[in-house]
Design a protein around this ligand. Structure first.
Ligand code: GDG
Length: 739
């Protein structure tokens, strides 16, 4: 049986004189998996234990009783990692509250240090086939830390908070490192599609990584992304409802609140929960209706009282409560009952059952389990759920009375309406929500996340084209006149933000020297670049060059560029230039590049989404405008190229194959302009597409320029007529960048 290692900031235990396991959605969700996995849990045991002997005792007891492994934190760790970066920097930003966010460098350093402490503990414990499931925002760096040491580890991450829009996330000074940390996971789960959408857009804008809807390609693996709305511990709640303690408490509460309508609020006292706005709405409701039979009961659980914003909130709320009570109380009737403490679970269930309505109006909330718990507990009557549209739960509970938590008038009206709705109406709205909450519970959530995580290998096979193997290379080695036609940008060298930064250097330069100094293959470097640029970059290598997408070529040793169709009509360039300049003006960061036989509109440095939108618009308009002209339009990688039909890589290679009588040719390229090479219906051609994503007519694929360079180096290191490459050698180069 594999181990499932859950990793969260806190272990679900209370360590006092004795150690007690605490219940909660996550614990019960995972307990349901006990028959499939050997469950382990790693996390902070809470508090600060400095005494080594005490630490040892706690460790032994937690291991023996629950299979838990504690992480011990010093007071400084707690201050900087937990109270500091996690709860004073990340939490407010993840909840769209930059005004509450504070940041100190030392907090982040400690956050990194503690994430590493968790990583070390996991690595010490995990066996090769174990599954690691990291929970929440305290441990965002952990997946990449694990991946770095164990590239094949199965790592899941679930974010319990919202993931905010890029405009908010970008406020974090360490945004790149946090995103890279998360992308170490095989699967990242979110509560809603909105959070997933924001994550993709943030990864694109901050790391420049384009993603698919279901995954983000990272250098050595794919990070799948998906939506798993968490549910509640339905069985746990049912057990409480069936218990004698619950019945006793319900009976007592009914007596206390006889003749009253109860409107319930339950939450940690947190500024994300919208408590001041709700109190404002209650004030307005009482003023408007003058009702004396309604009690607003707040269960407000103390939370993070070491963070100044939470202490200030408590003061603000207590002041507001006393103002409302001072204003609206009569002898024997106080409208707001505010409990700044938790209640026992049986009592909580009794309150859910008793309450005529629950007001759950967070300003922002990843999911909000209270909303679902209230719905589940409506077994005797049909209570009304008033629910913020900014809670993740609103997506699943559309029959609730959905409100904008900032709109106090709307909340006040919703409370009034809840008290006036007929039983039929309330039942009609409640029933479908009850079904959903009962079915998609916490166990369902955990199982579906793990199912997706463990089936990742099956999902990762979108590539239909063959991976380059010895079969593809053998004919090249055996040919009497083999040639290599190798595109430069995106094939031999990585794409750079500024085209001028892609000049050959380092590994690329070395390979060009190796290609130039061998005589087994005739080598052509093909680019969309201008002749002058190619001369500048490549003249030091003895290589054949093809410039401007095949418009002209220059054989090695010759000082002369040859144009295949010298009298091609290029007058269309004058018609188009102005039009393309207009797009450049409209799209900040874009620019127009002019070559002899083409015009290229680049938008690599524009806003990625805006640039893409404008490019598509341009392509569609050009297709109509240019249908009668001798040009082709290519939507390449961050550029739109309008090129003479005579500047065509395929035609030039066709010409060179015939005139030089090459009997085998490897044609490698990465973008749409290279497809003309792959389309050549000639048996001599071995087409290789660099990159996994776009469709291609090439027969083979290689995942990246780096992998392709490694492959070429291997090819060059095999002298002619030796045994062909072993399958595994070539295969490894490709797999390492795909899996
Ligand atoms: C985070 C995300 C996401 C509350 N008072 C008492 C009590 N509770 C229990 C409730 C509920 C839980 O605490 C609160 O869960 P929420 O989901 O409402 O909120 P967060 O604590 O902020 O949780 C949130 C969640 O993670 C899960 O992914 O939904 O968006 O912020 O279960 O019942 N329990 C008892 N006494 C109380 O007085 N026994």
């Amino acid at each position: 049986m594999h181990s499932l290692i859950i990793v969260s900031n806190r272990l679900p235990v209370k360590v006092k004189e004795t150690i007690e396991k605490s219940s909660g959605g996550l614990v019960s969700a995972l307990e349901g998996l006990g028959d499939q996995y050997d469950l382990q849990w790693i996390g902070w045991a809470g508090g600060v234990v400095d005494d080594q002997q005490k630490r040892q005792e706690i460790t032994t007891e937690l291991k023996e009783r629950f299979n838990f492994t504690p992480i011990f934190l010093s007071q400084e760790d707690v201050d900087d990692y937990y109270t500091g970066f996690s709860n004073s920097s990340l939490w407010p930003l993840l909840h769209y509250m930059p005004c509450n966010a504070r940041y100190e460098d030392k907090w982040f350093q400690k956050y990194r240090e503690i994430n590493q402490l968790f990583a070390d503990k996991i690595l010490e414990q995990a066996e090769p086939d174990d599954i690691i499931w990291v929970q929440d925002y305290h441990l965002m760096l952990l997946p990449a830390m694990l991946r770095k040491v164990k590239p094949d580890m199965t790592i899941g991450f679930f974010l319990h908070t919202p993931f905010p829009s890029y405009e908010i996330f970008r406020c974090l000074p360490n945004r790149e490192e946090l995103l890279e940390g998360l992308l170490g996971a095989d699967l990242i789960g979110f509560h809603t599609f909105g959070y997933l959408r924001h994550f993709r857009s943030t990864v694109l804008r901050i790391l420049g990584i384009e993603s698919e809807i279901a995954y983000i390609p990272v250098e050595h693996h794919r990070c799948a992304i998906d939506v798993f709305p968490i549910g509640i511990n339905t069985q746990g709640f049912q057990n409480f409802i069936d218990s004698p303690a619950f019945s006793r408490r319900l009976k007592a509460l009914r007596k206390i609140y006889a003749g009253k309508k109860i409107i319930l609020s339950v939450e940690r006292l947190d500024y994300t929960k919208g408590i001041p706005h709700r109190l404002e709405a209650i004030d307005r409701f009482l003023e408007k209706t003058g009702r004396k039979d309604v009690i607003f009961l707040f269960i407000s659980v103390p939370s993070r009282q070491t963070v100044p914003e939470y202490r200030e909130l408590r003061q603000e709320v207590e002041l507001k409560v006393s103002q409302i009570n001072g204003k609206h109380s009569t002898i024997g009737q106080v409208p707001v009952h505010f409990l700044f403490r938790p209640v026992l679970p049986e009592e909580l269930c009794a309150l859910y059952v008793l309450a005529d309505a629950a007001v759950v109006t967070p300003l922002m909330d990843g999911m909000n389990l209270v909303a679902k718990e209230y719905i589940f507990c409506q077994q005797e009557k049909s209570g009304v759920l008033i629910l913020s549209e900014f809670a993740g739960a609103a997506q699943e509970l559309p029959y609730a009375s959905i409100v904008n938590p900032y709109n106090v008038r709307q909340i006040a009206d919703a409370i009034q309406q809840a008290l006036e709705d007929s039983e039929e109406e309330k039942k009609r709205r409640l029933e479908p929500m009850k079904k959903r909450v009962a079915k998609y519970n916490a166990q369902f959530w955990a199982k579906s996340f793990l199912k997706t995580l463990t089936s990742k290998d099956e999902k990762e096979t979108p590539i239909e084209t063959l991976v380059l193997t010895q079969k593809a290379l053998a004919p090249l080695q055996d040919a009497s006149r083999p040639a290599l036609f190798i595109d430069y940008d995106g094939t031999l060298a990585e794409i750079t933000n500024l085209p001028e930064n892609a000049a050959p250097s380092g590994e690329v330069e070395q390979l060009l020297f190796s290609l130039a100094s061998q005589d087994q293959f005739e080598v052509y470097i093909i680019a969309g670049r201008r002749r002058q640029e190619m001369d500048r970059w490549f003249s030091k290598f003895r290589l054949n060059l093809i410039a401007e997408h095949g418009y002209c070529y220059k054989e090695k040793g010759s000082g002369r560029w040859v144009v295949l169709v010298p009298d091609a009509d290029l007058s269309w360039k004058d018609q188009l230039r102005e039009y393309l300049n207009l797009f450049t003006a409209m799209t900040p960061g874009s620019f127009l590049e002019e070559k002899t036989a083409s015009l290229v509109w680049h938008y690599r440095n524009s806003d990625p989404e805006f640039g893409e939108w404008k490019a598509r618009q341009l392509v569609s308009e050009l297709q109509e405008m240019l249908s009668n002209l001798p040009v082709e339009i290519h939507h390449g990688k961050k550029n739109v190229t309008i090129v003479s039909i005579h500047a065509n890589k395929g035609s030039t290679i066709y010409h060179l194959l015939a005139s030089n009588q090459y009997d085998k040719a490897l044609c490698a390229g990465d973008d749409e302009t290279d497809e003309s090479m792959f389309r050549l219906s000639d048996n001599a051609i071995i087409g290789v597409k660099i990159g996994d994503k776009e469709e291609t007519e090439a027969e083979f694929r290689c995942s990246s320029p780096k992998a392709f360079r490694a492959l070429l180096n291997k090819l060059l290191s095999r002298p002619k007529n030796t045994a062909p490459l072993k399958k595994t050698e070539v295969f490894t180069v490709n797999r390492s960048n795909q899996s």
